[in-house]
Design a protein around this ligand. Sequence first.
Ligand code: PMP
Length: 460
Amino acid sequence: MSSPRHPQRPAAHELERYAGLFASRTRAMKSSAMRDLMAITERPEVISLAGGLPDTSTFPAESFAAIMAKVAVDNCAAALQYGPTEGLLIAKDAIRRVMAAEGTEVDPEDILVTTGGQQVIDLVCKTLIDPGDVIVAEAPTYPGAIPAFCSYQADVVQIEMDADGMPIDVLEETLDSLEREGRRPKFIYTIPNFQNPGGVTMSLPRRKRLVEVAAEREILVLEDNPYGLLRYEGEPLPTLMSLAGGEYIIYLGTFSKILSAGLRLGWAVAPAPVLAKMNMGKQGADLCSSSLTQHFVAQYFAEGRWEPYLQSLRQLYRGRRDTLLGALAEHFPAEATWTQPQGGLFVWATLPEYLDTTDLLARALQRNVAFVPGRGAYLDGRGAASMRLNFSGVSDAEIREGVRRIGEVIGEQVELFGTLTGSRPAAAAPAAPAPDAELADVLQLPRTPRPGAQRSDGRR
Ligand code: PMP
């Protein structure tokens, strides 16, 4: 049985009964804030700006039916069968075309088809990480990567981004200081395009320097790129993989955001020795990814529909992004700041320092609106004043209403703070009003930020 407030969280007495059987690594396991929220935000009355959901309602049901019918007629037995672990050639051909659209040529031999891009993150950790090994990631980072990093007991060092993504000079300083401690990170994790959750894009000079740094220091880079083709303005930038000619880069791609997340199909491209180990890791995880959805993708690409559909998504999401940015300007306080993404699905907003978005979320949920609190994108308790807002999975009207409600909650908290402290506080004001313990327990996120701390183990 699980606790009534958190359906998937076991009660303490149940944990005790089984705890002696658990592997020690389970002590480091963490749930992603985003996943925890999904259960709550499934309630139809909740406007969720928390998810990272593509709007699958835009995919024509007739096309879906026609593709499935064609797969049934032409490839019924194969679609219902196991496939090779590395993936079907027909799916790899679609992947090759997607990567070519981003200016990156790839040999089908170098591709591993995976069960979502998420599996790539897991397999990379499975292949490279021993307990205590260092991963360098951006701050904030993709909340969904955190459960994988924690399961493999990685020590994650997060580097604060600016408007051009991860500053590579800071990365180099961090690598130097780790080297002085005799530690070499196993990989650098980056989402260069329209970062999740930050919404920022790594500049070309930084991309070039990152690729050089990786080669000079012989450190792998995991280039996580679900959003590169969802650009709404500006010039596309080359992938790290194309800049590096593949050296020291593991590339993660996915069909989730350009076609469907329900297909659960992604891929990795990596140097051959790394790919071979990831393949073995995948054999243990799931033998192979779904043959049925690989056939679906192959048929969809054969019909030449993917580019027009992608174009329609760009148009839709561009409009929703603009709606969100407009609503933020209208309803958020003057002290708040937020990113202006040129693509992707997310805006990262930062409130005055005395506000804690984990507490705000509890209050927002009472008004049936949700977002991802910033702490969910850090491993060390930072991010308390920030939030991730999604604009792809909700209508313009819901975006406006959702932001209005969040703005109202923020306004009340700002006022409460002003009343308690006797003045409208400056951005650097010290302590926030004590959170209501009951409300603050919506998500199990670390409660005590350690200013300046960088590592998940608390060392600086
Ligand atoms: N990486 C990033 C940065 C993401 O945003 C996501 C999905 N939200 C993934 C990986 C995994 O996506 P999927 O497993 O659906 O391909």
